[in-house]
Design a protein around this ligand. Structure first.
Ligand SMILES: [Zn+2]
Length: 262
């Protein structure tokens, strides 16, 4: 089965105060995939309003704001629920991990599973040509908190994402972009690309539009969590920490702690 980007549409369904549940719609058949349904009702409303059929649910990690709608959805639609092998998600019909490839019956995309631990111990992402559904690991302008893994694990997970093609679209699960880029501007005050991106996303939010998806190339230029190898990021973190930092993982750990208090 080949990836056919021409017949799909990707739509963010808002949930809670700042989550997005991404829907991929096959416009030829109406068959639809939902990622991380934290709530069921917005998904049901979306499907009914647009006369779509739910084909499968895909889960990135176990947190309730990504899984809370599963039970209500599967009691209504008898569909597969695909999710991480090692993250303690109940109600899965198929457990997957890297390097699994996922096909869904009568759906024109094949996904590769990436293991990206750190935010949780078994967090995964789904990659199909040109698009990455990465839950709470990479955000636009930032990254997820370290709840279960180590700084080294999350650093390596983000490096795995950084190695994908530059034009990969990043479909993350929260609208945190403005605050993330305000922090990025504090870390790299001299980075003009951060300033111009911040203005762009503020305008989007003032018009109640999502700032997502972003492009991996934009993240490489403006997201400090992907820029620990830059000398200006290193010196900014060393100034903040008041000590020398030995390697990229120490820089990343200090950056994550700084952001936690921001
Ligand atoms: Zn989470």
């Amino acid at each position: 089965m080949t990836n056919d980007a021409n017949q799909i549409e990707i739509v963010p369904i808002p949930a809670f105060s700042d989550n997005y549940m991404w829907a991929i719609v096959d416009t030829k058949t109406g068959r639809t995939l939902i990622f991380d349904p934290g709530e069921a009702h917005p998904v049901i409303d979306f499907l009914e309003k647009n006369k779509l059929t739910l084909a499968a649910i895909l889960i990135t990690h176990h947190h309730h704001d990504h899984t809370g709608g599963i039970t209500a959805l599967i009691s209504r639609y008898p569909i597969p629920v695909i999710g991480p092998l090692n993250d303690g998600v109940t109600s899965l019909t198929k457990k997957v991990n890297e390097p699994d490839e996922i096909t869904i019956t009568n759906f024109p995309l094949t996904f590769s599973v990436l293991a990206i631990p750190g935010h949780t111990k078994g967090h995964i992402a789904y990659y199909a040509k040109g698009m990455l559904f990465c839950g709470d690991t990479l955000f636009a302008g930032g990254c997820g908190r370290l709840f279960e893994g180590t700084a080294a694990q999350l650093y390596h997970s983000l490096q795995k994402i950084a190695a994908l093609p530059d034009d990969t679209k990043i479909y993350c699960a929260h609208e945190y972009t403005v605050k993330n880029l305000q922090f990025a501007a504090l870390v790299e005050p001299e980075n003009s690309e951060i300033q111009s991106r911040l203005q762009k996303v503020k305008t989007l939010r003032e018009n109640n539009l999502p700032t997502l998806p972003s492009l991996l190339s934009e993240e490489m230029a403006t997201n400090p969590f992907l820029r620990c190898h830059q000398t200006n990021v290193k010196s900014s973190l060393e100034n903040h920490a008041g000590k020398q930092l030995a390697d990229k993982i120490e820089i990343f750990a200090e950056l994550r702690q700084w952001k936690d208090r921001f």
